[in-house]
Design a protein. Structure first.
Ligand code: 9MR
Length: 598
């Protein structure tokens, strides 16, 4: 008996792996939900305690077992301590595990929102980045691409299409660099700018003087000041009136030279201004000596310009009427140019920059028409909206740079002055989508409104864009559930994920440190700074193992684990304006919103 029992006792006594506690490393709002997700092999519920800074137990309870979660590869349980509302600094303890301290505090998200907005200042092209606005000397740098007067790509591209070039140059100085590269893309500038402008429309966040910007104190909202940097640039990207050039019309095979047709391209927008060849890392923007070229106009870029220029026109109408009028005129011209050239798909064979190619433009037409309608109340724009297939479909996913119809929906549902049948129609579609997202949480182990096994490039941006949709729905209804589900998106990016990672630099106990960026690159050159606080990583991606770091994990990582804090991991760990923008939106909205009160 003794002999049999001994090994059994040994086995039972072998220490089980302690549970891994994952929670928002920044902390929780006193009146917000508070949940940790626990990865553990334990078969039964675990007792937990929340202890305060003095070691006193402030809350206790038992976890709720959830089970195996395919997106993380974890077996998970949930500890819910939402009942803890007293501000303080706490730790969560259970079964021999304890996490780093987190806060319960009102105003928790104000610094995050401010940092996330400052990312856009730091990405500005054409102006020096000053220590006093950038958070310190280490982030200061001379102006990059200080005077950018560019010519058009001319000659054969790598797939043999021979482009005519153009007989003009354009001064396209300014705007924001897209990401870790120095391209400035109209598609992607559009959704990013829209997101900041929409945050202004919905919340009036960042009044004058509240952000760290050269323009703070000028009497205009700091959010509008930052947004105008990009809108000024996008307006410059418009093709001069009367320009005839040859462009690819219609869907064409992408593996050979495109057939070009002569068209009137006046009023269209160049797709991008970017380096002719990829530059190596690191590469502070002011040291970039690569040739910069304007790439051919596309219908998608043209509609991005139309949408945000129209949106800007209504927001600056009383603040700067001349600018608003110029913006609206540009939007009208762009929309007309897109109607004249509805099928010029972006050419993507060029080297040196990202493609942002998109074969579906119904959503861009819908979005641009929606913004023009919201600004002008004119029937022809309204008719384009209501005749669009994007008006009657049932949205099931979040907006993205290639799928922008929902941006129009948010505008039509929330902006003043929209005719009631249209506004009501779009409110219903928006809240149905928010309900769907909120409901998806129950299908996920980490309790996020994002139930999928396919994490795309920039999944953190996708998840936060769901947060933005939930926020717009909360603004309309005041439903506490929408705010709670938005907070779930912040909880995820700030550490409630299987790899215990805060994907945001400067926030949380394990923050982002080594994004794919040409200036924030200390792992390549110790003299260069790390990412400034508020910079968001693209996040887990199990759908495109494009870089060398990612390739090593192909077929080996659960979706939420396909990520590394490595500068070489550009498919996982790049930063981008379209991902940081919804972080600003969600953090600023949650900072303002009361649980059941829009
Ligand atoms: O965000 C873009 C993603 O959806 C695409 O799959 C990917 C590959 O084409 O490109 C991403 O955008 C990159 C852009 O092309 C260039 N600047 C950096 C962007 C973020 O990685």
């Amino acid at each position: 008996m003794k002999a049999l029992l001994a090994p059994f006792v040994l086995l039972a006594a072998a220490p089980a792996a302690p549970p891994a506690i994952h929670l928002n490393q920044l902390g929780f709002l006193p009146d917000g939900p508070k949940r940790a997700v626990i990865a553990t092999d334990a078969a039964t519920a675990l007792d937990w305690q929340v202890v305060d800074a003095a070691g006193k137990v402030a809350a206790r309870g038992r976890t709720e077992p959830v089970g195996d979660d395919a997106a993380s590869g974890d077996k998970v349980q949930v500890a819910d301590f939402s009942g803890l509302t007293t501000p303080g600094e706490y730790r969560l303890r259970m079964a021999g595990a304890e996490n780093k301290p987190f806060a319960v505090r009102a105003g928790l998200y104000a610094p995050l929102a401010k940092g996330a907005l400052n990312f856009f200042y730091q990405q500005r092209a054409g102006v020096p980045i000053e220590a006093r606005f950038a958070g310190g000397e280490r982030w200061a740098r001379p102006a990059g691409h200080k005077r950018e007067v560019a010519a058009c790509f001319k000659g054969a591209d790598p797939r043999g299409t021979v482009w005519p070039g153009c007989d003009y140059t354009i001064d396209v100085t300014g705007g924001w660099y897209d990401a870790g590269d120095h391209g400035k893309y109209v598609v992607n500038g559009g959704i990013s700018l829209w997101t900041l402008l929409n945050l202004y429309e919905v919340t009036r966040a960042f009044p004058d003087g509240s952000a760290a910007l050269p323009e703070a104190g000028n009497g205009v909202s700091d959010l509008l000041d930052e947004a105008r940097v990009e809108l000024d640039f996008l307006l410059r990207m418009q093709v001069p009136e009367g320009t005839r050039t040859s462009l690819p019309v219609g869907q064409q095979p992408r593996d050979r030279a495109l057939t070009l047709t002569a068209v009137d391209a006046g009023g269209m927008a160049h797709h991008k201004i970017a380096d002719a060849n990829w530059t190596k890392l690191p590469m502070p923007p002011h040291e970039d000596r690569e040739t910069r070229l304007l790439y051919p106009p596309s219908t998608a870029a043209t509609l991005n310009l139309a949408a945000v220029a129209a949106q800007g026109a209504r927001l600056w109408r009383t603040i700067d009427p001349a600018f608003a009028a110029r913006s609206l005129a540009a939007a009208r011209r762009a929309f007309a140019a897109a109607q004249r050239n509805p099928e010029v798909y972006a050419a993507t064979a060029f080297t040196g920059s990202g493609g942002y190619g998109d074969a579906q433009l119904a959503d861009e037409f819908f979005w641009a028409a929606a913004e023009l309608y919201a600004t002008t109340a004119e029937a022809p724009y309204r008719d384009v909206v209501t005749a669009s297939p994007r008006y009657t479909d049932t949205p099931v996913s979040e907006p993205s740079w290639s799928d922008v119809g929902l941006l129009g929906t948010v505008t039509l549902a929330t902006a003043p002055g929209i005719a009631e049948p249209v506004a009501a129609h779009e409110r219903a579609r928006l809240t149905a989508l928010a309900d769907r997202f909120a409901g998806e949480r129950a299908q996920t182990g980490y309790r996020i409104p994002y139930a999928t096994m396919r994490y795309p490039w920039g999944s953190n941006g996708a998840i936060l864009n769901r947060g933005m949709i939930l926020g717009a729905a909360h603004k309309l209804s005041g439903k506490a559930e929408y705010r709670a589900a938005m907070i779930d998106t912040l909880d995820y990016v700030l550490g409630r994920n299987p790899i215990d990672q805060s994907y945001v630099a400067g926030f949380g106990s394990r923050p982002l440190a080594n994004p794919h960026h040409r200036f924030w690159a200390p792992s390549l050159d110790k003299r260069l700074p790390g990412p400034p606080p508020g910079t968001l990583s693209g996040g887990a991606n199990n759908t495109a193992f494009a870089d060398e770091v990612a390739k090593r994990s192909q077929g080996k990582c659960a979706p939420q684990r396909c990520w590394a804090d490595d500068i070489g991991a550009y498919a996982w760990n790049e930063v981008a304006i379209n991902w940081n923008a919804p972080l600003v939106w969600v953090a600023a909205y949650v900072d303002q919103a009361k649980p059941a009160n829009p």
